[in-house]
Design a protein around this ligand. Structure first.
Ligand code: UDP
Ligand code: GLC
Ligand code: MN
Length: 329
């Protein structure tokens, strides 16, 4: 049986993330299948785009924790619907899978994750005795699915989303088997790296998967004409990752969306054609993609050629240089 990367999107907004994620996985040469779980909240035009990028688009029923009290603690009222992730255990046509949130980006080849067993995940940067459920290795099984659903109805979730639920269900994760702890480099939370700058300086270049956790997703950020993300001072360290996201989006996702009329460009903002989803994608249209080159000048300007042979090394080098400058100040 085959193995697959699995993601989830319940609306057109997160679908933009899913499409860019799929692009990133293809770019790093994965040999595994790409699966996108979708719900009825994804519009027709977007669905067609997802079908072009993913090997399988699977319709699932929405599941919502409706747990306003715990979601308030997380300050994310929108995350009850992440219970829908649990549907991934029903994908029994695959022997093993790796779930990825739609807001992650693969920076380099990471198929070795499929050598891991269920349930493997990386520590959460906010509470390292919990795992972050944005990246996890699992084995589809209807039995596990039923057990988690039963557990959810009895116990609920301490954060109102899937992460609280899964941490309670796989409660031996913190102490039982260290091989089920994925390195942080497989789920590096973009917003948390500066909390331990020396480690980021030393290990940042090893990061394989970056996770844009939090309410400000890359597809909601304004990128200027040069592809510079308009972000605050605390997010500067992740600028290169955002730029890579933007490059993949503007080169390989945006043209597809325009062609399929999944959304129309109106003046300065994008509006999704889908009627039942609010137009949440408000970034200004990026400029036409610059032709692929591999010159230093391009990435010095902040628009590295992601298809070039040394492009990713260049990005890392730039991160290192930025940190070195910061260190010497
Ligand atoms: N998700 C979705 N629709 C939503 C909210 C979340 O499809 O309205 C999915 C999507 O795959 C997303 C994941 O659930 O990446 C987890 O949510 P999010 O990434 O926003 O949580 P965070 O990582 O910021 O805590
Ligand atoms: C987290 C995770 C995300 C999860 C959410 C809700 O912060 O990053 O994957 O869906 O919490 O539990
Ligand atoms: Mn996420």
């Amino acid at each position: 049986m085959s193995e697959a990367w699995v993601t989830l999107t319940t609306n057109d907004s997160y679908s933009v993330g899913a499409l860019t994620l799929a692009t990133s996985l293809k770019r790093v040469g994965t040999t595994r299948q790409l699966v996108c779980m979708v719900t009825k909240g994804v519009g027709e035009g977007m669905l067609n785009c997802l079908k072009q990028k993913f090997d399988h688009v699977v319709q699932v029923e929405e599941l919502d924790s409706n747990d306003a009290a715990n979601l308030k603690l997380l300050d994310r009222h929108d995350l009850g619907i992440t219970f829908t992730k649990i549907r991934c255990w029903t994908l029994t046509q695959f022997s093993k899978c790796v779930f990825l949130d739609a807001d992650v980006l693969a920076l380099s080849h990471c198929d070795e994750l499929f050598d891991r067993d269920e349930f493997s995940a990386a520590p959460d940067a906010g509470w390292p005795d919990c795992f972050n459920s944005g990246v996890f290795v699992f084995k589809p099984s209807l039995e596990t699915y039923t057990n988690i659903m039963k557990f959810a109805s009895e116990t609920g979730s301490f954060d109102g989303g899937d992460q609280g639920l899964l941490n309670s269900y796989f409660s031996d994760w913190p102490h039982k088997d260290i091989t089920k702890h994925l390195p942080f480099t497989y789920n590096m939370v973009a917003s948390a790296t500066y909390s331990y700058l020396p480690a980021y300086t030393k290990f940042g270049k090893n990061v394989k998967i970056v996770h844009f956790i939090g309410a400000t997703k890359p597809w909601l950020i304004h990128f200027d004409g040069k592809g510079e993300p308009q972000i605050g001072g605390t997010e500067q360290h992740t600028k290169n990752h955002l730029q890579l996201w933007w490059q993949l989006f503007s080169n390989e996702v945006k043209p597809m969306l325009e062609k399929s009329s999944a959304f129309k460009v109106s003046h300065e903002s994008y509006q999704f054609m889908s009627s039942h989803v609010a137009p949440t994608f408000t970034a200004c249209p990026p400029p036409p993609p610059s032709p692929p080159t591999d010159s230093r000048a391009d990435w010095e300007r902040g628009s590295p050629d992601y298809t070039g042979t040394a492009s990713f090394n260049n990005i890392l080098k730039k991160i290192d240089e930025t940190l070195a400058v910061k260190d010497s100040n």
